[in-house]
Ligand binder design. Structure first.
Ligand code: IMP
Length: 182
């Protein structure tokens, strides 16, 4: 699906409201807080750009001590389908050896991006490595990849907003909307 940026709606059809997202993020935060109750240091890794809104809400909802870092990968160009190629654009600033790490990603679609990230980060010897994704589209999976915390499981729709983009548009939309016809 390739869309003309000029004809994109300003307010796409909502799929998940702000209220639903806030409630679910609070659930995930509670689950993570419980799972890491006896862990002194928890290191949260934000996968840019798509996860930036989810990440900022999730880490603030955690209500515990954390350290943060950011990694940039790119897999999608100006299209709504993955090219299947994952590229590391900006690496973490600090090492993760011996640390308890949670990767925070916007959406797991084919699973290729997350597989790549888990592989390169696991190779650095963290004490533990888990993944939190706001959204999952299981019907699109090309590779099975473990995701420990999933916000919402959705159908095969192209979604935007709450950090997710189409051609860099819509990242600031406060809800998750759909661009395709469904
Ligand atoms: P995967 O490697 O196919 O799992 O894709 C992961 C990346 O593709 C995500 O981090 C998103 O940036 C992007 N992506 C996948 N599906 C969507 C979508 O529906 N809307 C916006 N971006 C998407």
């Amino acid at each position: 699906m390739a869309l003309d940026p000029e004809s994109l709606p300003d307010h796409p059809t909502p799929l998940l409201t702000q209220e639903a997202i806030t409630a679910r993020v609070a659930d995930l935060a509670a689950q993570i807080r419980a799972d890491y109750a006896s862990t002194r240091d928890l290191h949260m890794v934000c996968v840019l750009k798509g996860a930036f809104v989810f990440f900022s809400d999730l880490v603030r909802a955690l209500d515990r001590r954390v350290t943060l870092d950011f990694i940039v990968v790119s897999s999608y160009q100006k299209a709504t389908r993955s090219s299947g190629e994952v590229r590391l654009v900006k690496d973490l600033d600090t090492g993760i050896e011996g640390r308890d790490v949670i990767i925070v990603e916007d959406i797991v679609d084919t699973g290729l991006t997350l597989t790549y990230l888990q592989e390169i980060l696991r190779a650095r010897g963290p004490r533990s490595l888990k993944t939190a994704c706001l959204l999952s589209k299981p019907s699109r999976r090309k590779v099975e990849v473990p995701v420990d915390y999933v916000g919402f499981t959705i159908e095969d729709r192209f979604v935007i907003g709450y950090g997710l983009d189409y051609a860099e548009i819509y990242r600031n939309l406060p809800y998750i909307g759909v661009l395709d016809e469904g």
